[in-house]
Write a protein that binds this ligand. Sequence first.
Ligand code: FAD
Ligand code: UDP
Length: 371
Amino acid sequence: MFDWLIVGAGFAGCVLAERLASQRNEKVLLIDRRSHVGGNAYDFYNEAGLLIHAYGPHIFHTNSAQIVDYLSSFTEWRKYSHRVLAEVDGKLLPIPINRTTINVLYGLSLSDDAEVAAFLASQAEPLDSINTAEDVVVSSVGRDLYEKFFRGYTRKQWNLDPSQLDKSVTARVPTRTNSDDRYFTDRYQIMPKHGYSRMFHRMLRHSNINIMLQVDYADIRKYVPHRRLIYTGQIDEYFDFCFGRLPYRSLRFDHVTLDKTWHQPVGVINYPQTHSYTRVTEYKHLTGQEHRKTAITFEYPTDMGDPYYPVPCPDNQTLYKKYEELALKAGDTWFVGRLATYRYYNMDQVVGQALATFRRLDETLPRQAQP
Ligand code: FAD
Ligand code: UDP
C-alpha cells in the first residue's frame, strides 16, 4: 500500500514526491507515461554529447528566494541572463521592445527613457479597457510594432488571432524605454549547473520514492493500492472529458546538431514574420557548455501531440472552472501543475504551487509515520 500515488513526474510531481517522502516519511509511487522524469523540463546529452532540452528552451527565472533556496538543495546554479532577438524586416532586433529596437527599426536616435516614452505614446492607441492580447500591445506600442513583433508570432504559436486570447498572453512580454535587452528582469536568472535532469534525479533519490515510467494512470489506477492521489496530468482527461476537451497547444521540435561552434548570437531568435517555426534556440548559450559542435531546436506549433500550453481565453476558463468544481469534490485527490490547474505557469510558479499544496496538506492530514 502506497501512501501516495503521484501521476506525472514533472516539476509538480517531483516536488511533491520529494516533500512527502522526506518531510512526512510517507511512501510514494511516482509514475509517468513518458520514459523519463522531469516532465517538459527534461534535458539530456544528445548523440554528439551536447546538453539539449527535449521540449524546447527552459530558462529558470524567479523573484522568489524561497523557491531558489528549496531547489538549491538539489542543484548548483549557473548565472544566465537570457537574451532574445526577433527577425523583423530583415533585421535582428531586441525583444522585449526597448530603446535599441526602436532606434534601429525606425532609424532614430532617441537617447533617454523620456524620449522613448514620448515616441511610444505617439504610436500607442488609447483604449477604454484592455482585455485581449492585442489590446495590451496596441495600447502600449501602437499598431505598427504590434503587427511586426506580435501578430504573426501569436497567430503561429496559438493558431488564434491575439484579439481572441487573454491579455495575460502578450503581457508576459513587457515594453522597455531603456536599453535593457534581457528577456527577464527577475531577481534570480539561473540554470541548474548540470542540467534539469540531474536536479530531478537528486530530488527523487529517497528510499520512500518508487518510480514507474512508461505507465499510464488509466492502466494502473485499479492495480496500485494507494491512500491518496496527486494528479498533475490534464484535468479534463482525469474526468474522462465529461464536459468536452480543454484545448491545449502543442509543438513539434526539430532538434539539429551543426558541425560548427556557434549558430546565432543569442540563446533564442524569434521569427514573427517569416517561416512556419516560431523560434530557434541554441543551447550552448543557456548551458555554458563548451563544445566544438552546437545544437539548435526549431519549434513548430501544432494542435497534434503532447499538451504543452493551456490556451488562455474566456471560454476555456469557463470550461476549466467546470472541471475545477469536480476536482474540489474529489476526495483525497489533489490537482497540481500546469495541466491539472490549466494555468500558463512558468517552472517557478509550479514549484511555488506544489510547495504551497504540500504546506496545506501537511497542516490538515495526519501523518502516517514520523520522519
Ligand atoms: P509537466 O512538465 O507537463 O509534467 C506533467 C507530466 O505528467 C508529464 O511528464 C506527463 O507525461 C505526465 N502525465 C500526464 N498525464 C499522465 C497520465 N495519465 N499518466 C502518466 N503520466 C501522465 N517555464 C519557465 O519557467 N521557463 C521557461 O523558459 C519555459 N519554457 C518553456 C518552453 C516550452 C516549449 C514549454 C512547453 C514550457 C516552458 N515552460 C517554461 C513551462 C514549464 O515547462 C512548466 O511550467 C513546467 O514544466 C510544468 O511542470 P508540470 O509538472 O506542471 O507539468
Ligand atoms: N510573443 C510574440 N512575439 C514574440 C514573443 C512573444 O508575439 O517575439 C507573444 C506570443 O503570443 C507568445 C507570448 O507573447 O506566445 C508569450 O511569449 P513567451 O516568450 O513568454 O512564450 P513561451 O516562452 O511561454 O512560449
